[in-house]
Design a protein around this ligand. Structure first.
Ligand SMILES: Nc1nc2c(ncn2[C@@H]2O[C@H](COP(=O)(O)OP(=O)(O)O)[C@@H](O)[C@H]2O)c(=O)[nH]1
Ligand SMILES: [Mg+2]
Length: 261
């Protein structure tokens, strides 16, 4: 069970015990998972962790079991269903809802996201944010060591998404986030369809449309030092097609709305 100090403010979490959890999807992260669970324990000792592993052939799930038992507060899910980042998040968020957590954090396991930022994210939720996005594209944020191709893809992908969807969020594909659980649950993540990181954009779109208070806090995103990226051409194409489809659907809807009013 996790306890974080929260401030009393309108829109903030009620004072008392606030339970928080990190949902950590993993696929072939044997070189990172042990160090990440220890780093999380050190950075946020009172926050639980749900590791969502897609039966990684490299033994990530077993290492998570062992280190999780050692550091405590870690639940490991060994998923046999359809693999994919979107599906892993849908599964992990569902478990976090069932367990009644107040705040749900999502992040990558490859140290691109620094666990030391989590206390600040939890604080911002305590102060009234519904969603805190660890953002590369607000002042003070950035990427480090990413190859030019990834930098351009991410930057222009986010610009394109910003123009088409108009969510106001600069980093729509950021995976490092803290959500007020009740608000996340209200947009029904289980009914999203994206397989890859477009899942994150899909959630951002739903949250923005619902009027959620989304706050971006700057982060320095470091490229992974160990293991390999699971990003694929198919996942990139999925993201571009979905963003285009959502953007066109939004425009069509507002056109029809204008005509019938
Ligand atoms: N469970 C699960 N986790 C995944 C999958 N693909 C990626 N991940 C995890 O999601 C996080 C981000 O993936 P990564 O490969 O680093 O993507 P990149 O940062 O965009 O290159 C890491 O913790 C991965 O282990 C998947 O299919 N299933
Ligand atoms: Mg990564």
């Amino acid at each position: 069970m996790g306890i974080v100090a929260v401030q009393r403010r309108s829109g903030g979490l009620a004072s008392g015990v606030v339970r928080s959890v990190v949902v950590l999807p993993t696929f072939n992260e044997r070189e990172n998972i042990g160090a990440m669970l220890r780093a999380l324990r050190a950075a946020v000792p009172a926050t639980d962790v749900i590791v969502v592993d897609d039966l990684s052939p490299d033994g990530t799930g077993e290492i998570a079991d062992a280190v999780g038992a050692e550091v405590g507060g870690v639940r490991v899910v060994h998923r046999e269903g359809k693999p994919g980042l979107g599906a892993a998040y849908r599964h992990g968020f569902g478990l976090a809802f069932d367990d009644g957590y107040d705040v749900i954090v999502s992040m990558d396991c490859d140290f691109s996201h620094d666990p030391a930022v989590i206390p600040r994210m939890l604080e911002l939720v305590g102060e009234g944010a519904d969603v805190v996005v660890g953002s590369r594209y607000v002042a003070g944020g950035g990427t480090q060591d990413w190859p030019l191709r990834r930098r351009l893809l991410s930057k222009w992908g986010n610009r394109y998404t910003g123009i088409l969807l108009g969510t106001g969020v600069r980093d729509c594909t950021a995976g490092f986030r803290a959500y007020r659980a009740s608000v996340l649950q209200s947009v029904e993540p289980a009914s999203t369809g994206a397989e890859g990181y477009a899942f994150l954009t899909e959630l951002t779109r739903r949250l923005a449309r619902r009027g959620a208070r989304i706050v971006e806090t700057p982060i320095l995103f470091r490229d992974r030092e160990k293991g390999t990226s699971k990003m694929s051409g198919r996942i990139i194409v999925e993201s571009m097609l979905l963003v285009t489809r959502w953007g066109l659907a939004d425009r069509w809807q507002s056109l029809r709305g204008r005509r019938s009013s």
